[in-house]
Design a protein around this ligand. Structure first.
Ligand code: ASP
Ligand code: MG
Length: 801
């Protein structure tokens, strides 16, 4: 025989009860069934609400009228029930009060109504159903509102009733309610029909209990707050009861216990989805590992601090006995070995009472200053990870810290494998997503904010958008571009922006400050945040500290942050370290070439770098590679470089040598040299007498450089070529190195001399490699290679999250 329990929400959602009829018809064909029902929809809440209204002298009659007239209430004759309810409410209204006994009698009507209605509907369909009042079957003590079942008596009554039952009839039994030995009506606690169903299944040796709800089963986390939460197929009783105790709403804490003796499996099913498999709860061992995450938000943390607590015996006993006397149950408890403080969790509703009781209990200890303070923290949540073994908790924990979520308390259970964390309430949603992503190995979501969508920025956005699917498949990373900004406007979409981002920013971009961006990331509880700076703005860099402090890692192609003062540079590093954040900028030098990383590693591994020399600029590479070998005026080649998009919008910027100097400074600082910008010896390629043209009218005066450069070329030694190089030299073990950029002549047959196109070349001289430098050479400029480099940095960061 199977017991089928129909939940109230499942009943309410069933359009004209079709699903319910289908379930029962299906059940009957397979086996004998007993059906337990709870009150339909929000009936219990409505009955409660009217009771409060009546007690508070408010008009309850109109709600009562609407209640009576609910559509489904027309399916059966309920006059006796409604007239009883009416009398009870009138009485409460008169007395301005009610007892728990009266309340139970009122709430019980919800289940009685449901049983009658379902019975009537089934009978109309030609099924042979009979409405059964469970007050005949279950006997409880006198704890109204939370009746404790008298097992032996209830078992006897239930069996006796069942023996009498005509087995052709389908019994539709009320859940939730029982009677006392005096014959009073009592309820078994909210959501108690699950418990009734489990008891009856146990008493009658059912082969299975099927619990029809409005959800697909038990989930790895609440699907409303964790998008990637998924249904658990099978789970052991023990794990399920942990989940139930921690507040999973589909499962009532007391439900599992009656099923254990006879190993009756419990299946949670969705009444509204006939195809769904649900979750099977049984004694079958399941594979080890985390099963589920839960969050409790209706709790407060109470903290007791005191110097005098050290070594004193009996303090804890006093705390807990005071609370026990007031029937306040304590959840997670934490006490350090120094015994200077004690922290524990209580239900929010009982927190202030607990606080007052403790203040009273410890009044004299306060006086003696043994207890210094009792704090109550309302804004916390408890996250529990069911099935978590401490040996594998390092990763989820590290992710939390990286996401700036530092648990306030941490507790693991001695038996069983559960870990609970107390976190700030405003962080709980983010925390559960971070942990869930780590544990269930689902695509880890990386939330990207991209600043600047010029050539590099837009190339990057396109590259990311075209590779999201492959990256999700190959690396388990979900790259989500949630924000795109230019210097004026910003667009945001929590679920990720699409290929129509250009139109979106034009149409709905909003002015913004960096705080707006930070606030959005908080409001939406976004985890794994990366801010990407593809601007060339020195002003934007001033926002880096705010971003770092608010949980962002940084990637940039913008060199500014590395080329402002040494003090800014080192403070930024300090801040990054303190906040466990990273800042990657491989493209600052040599675009996508793996240069910074190589230098970093060499330096870290203790290799003495003695000199770095090379052609650092793609545009200057092109200009001098061509000018040295072709017989055309300098201005023509410059124009070609402009046309090819190799130069800055104003080519004077390239010719000034500043870009090369900046790259040189980035490299120097990688070696921990404390050089400042002013100390770089920069050769400006625009002759002094043309400097005044740099800003205003440089373009129309390109030819004015020709004379100067043709003179230089006439003096070029045979088999030599021009190269504009950056060079870092001196004793690099000292505080500062010598930084210089200059136009030199080199023999054609050297690596530098053989450079082609707009390639960059870097020669890294080190002590172990001697005179043979490590050479890194390749396309060192261009929007798409730079964007690739930035993308690489993003992936490198994502891997570490
Ligand atoms: N109708 C009762 C309640 O809402 C019992 C139940 O639904 O299980 O608490
Ligand atoms: Mg690079």
């Amino acid at each position: 025989m199977k017991v089928i329990k129909l939940g109230g929400k499942a009943l309410a959602h069933s359009s004209e009860f079709e699903n319910i009829i289908r379930i029962i018809q299906g059940g009957v064909q397979e086996d004998q069934i007993l059906v337990i029902v709870s009150a339909i929809g929000n009936t219990t809440d409505t009955l409660c609400h009217m009771l409060e209204q009546a007690k508070n002298q408010e008009a309850w009659a109109s709600e009562f009228h609407a209640f009576i007239n609910r559509n489904y209430h027309q399916e059966a004759d309920l006059t006796d029930i409604f007239s009883l309810l009416q009398k009870l409410y009138e009485g409460v209204y008169l007395l301005e009060d009610y007892t728990l006994k009266i309340k139970d009698l009122i709430l019980a009507q919800g289940e009685l109504i449901a049983s009658r209605i379902i019975t009537a509907i089934l009978n109309k369909k030609g099924l042979n159903a009979v409405s059964i009042d469970s007050r005949q079957l279950l006997v409880a003590d006198e704890q109204f509102g939370n009746g404790q079942i008298k097992e032996d008596l209830s078992r006897m009554c239930t069996s006796a009733w069942f023996d009498q039952l005509d087995k052709h009839q389908i019994a539709i039994i009320t859940g939730f309610i029982a009677s006392t030995e005096n014959g009073d009506t009592i309820t078994l606690g909210r959501n108690g029909s699950n418990y009734s169903a489990a008891l009856i299944a146990d008493f009658l040796d059912a082969t299975e209990l099927q619990n029809y709800t409005h959800v697909d089963g038990i989930y790895t986390a609440d699907p409303e707050s964790v998008k990637h939460a998924h249904r658990i197929d099978e789970i052991h009783y023990n794990e399920a009861s942990e989940i139930a105790n921690l507040g999973a709403s589909v499962l009532h804490g007391k439900t599992i216990l009656p099923l254990l003796n006879k190993n009756i499996p419990l299946r949670i099913l969705n009444a509204l989805k006939p195809q769904s498999h649900g979750t099977l709860i049984s004694s079958k061992p399941t594979s080890p590992g985390v099963k589920s995450l839960s969050v409790q938000n209706d709790v407060h943390l109470i903290q007791l601090d005191g110097r005098g607590l050290l070594g004193k015996v009996g303090i804890d006993a006093r705390v807990f006995s005071v609370l026990a006397q007031a029937d306040i149950s304590v959840g997670l408890i934490s006490q350090g070995t120094s015994e200077r403080g004690l922290g524990f969790i209580v239900k929010s509703a009982q927190a202030s009472q607990a606080y007052e009781l403790l203040k009273k209990e410890f009044a004299s200890d306060f006086y003696r200053q043994d207890v210094n303070a009792i704090h109550i923290h309302p804004d916390i949540s408890v996250i529990s990870i069911i099935g978590q073994d401490l040996s594998t908790f390092d990763k989820p924990y590290a992710s939390l810290v990286k996401n700036k979520i530092i648990p306030i308390l941490f507790s693991n259970s001695v038996t069983g494998k559960n870990v609970s964390l107390v976190v700030r309430k405003d962080q709980s949603q983010k925390a559960i997503n971070v942990i869930h992503g780590q544990i269930f190995g689902m695509a880890k979501k990386i939330n990207l904010f991209i600043f600047g969508h010029g050539q590099v920025g837009s190339a990057l956005i396109d590259q990311i958008l075209t590779s999201t699917v492959t990256i999700r498949q190959k690396k388990g990373l979900q790259l989500n571009i949630v924000g795109i900004a230019n210097s004026q406007k910003f667009i945001f979409n929590e679920t990720g922006l699409d290929s129509d981002w250009q139109e979106a920013i034009a149409k709905s971009g909003q002015p913004y400050t960096i705080d707006d961006v930070i606030n959005l990331s908080k409001e939406h509880h976004l985890e794994n945040l990366i801010a990407i700076d593809n601007t060339a703005s020195a002003a934007f860099v001033k926002d880096y500290p705010r971003l770092i402090e608010n949980g962002f890692d940084l990637v940039s192609s913008n060199k500014s942050a590395n080329t402002l003062s040494w003090s800014f540079y080192s403070e930024l590093r300090h801040l990054l370290k303190g906040n466990h954040k990273e800042y990657l900028y491989e493209t600052n030098v040599g675009a996508g070439l793996p240069l910074i990383d190589t230098i970093k590693l060499l330096h870290l591994s203790g290799e003495n770098i003695t000199k770095i020399k090379g052609v650092f600029s793609g545009s200057l590479s092109y200009i001098f590679n061509n000018f040295s070998t072709r017989n055309v005026p300098f201005s023509q080649i410059l124009q070609e470089a402009v046309n090819l998009g190799l130069t800055e919008p104003n080519p004077a910027e390239d010719l000034s040598g500043n870009d090369v100097a900046r790259k040189l400074l980035v490299l120097a600082r990688e070696l921990e040299l404390k050089n400042e910008w002013e100390e770089i010896d920069i050769q400006n390629l625009i002759p002094t007498n043309f400097h005044h043209l740099e800003k205003v009218d440089f373009f129309s005066n390109l030819t004015s450089l020709d004379e100067h450069y043709s003179k230089l070329k006439q003096q070029l030694k045979p088999n030599h070529v021009f190269r504009y190089i950056g060079e870092l030299s001196g004793d690099l073990q000292l505080e500062k190195g010598a930084l210089k950029t200059q136009l030199i002549e080199v023999p054609m047959n050297t690596p530098l001399g053989q450079l082609k196109g707009s390639d960059s070349i870097f020669e890294i001289f080190t002590e172990s490699y001697g005179d043979n430098p490590i050479i890194i050479q390749g396309a060192g400029a261009g929007a798409s290679v730079t964007a690739r480099g930035v993308f690489g940095d993003i992936l490198r960061l994502s891997d570490k999250k």
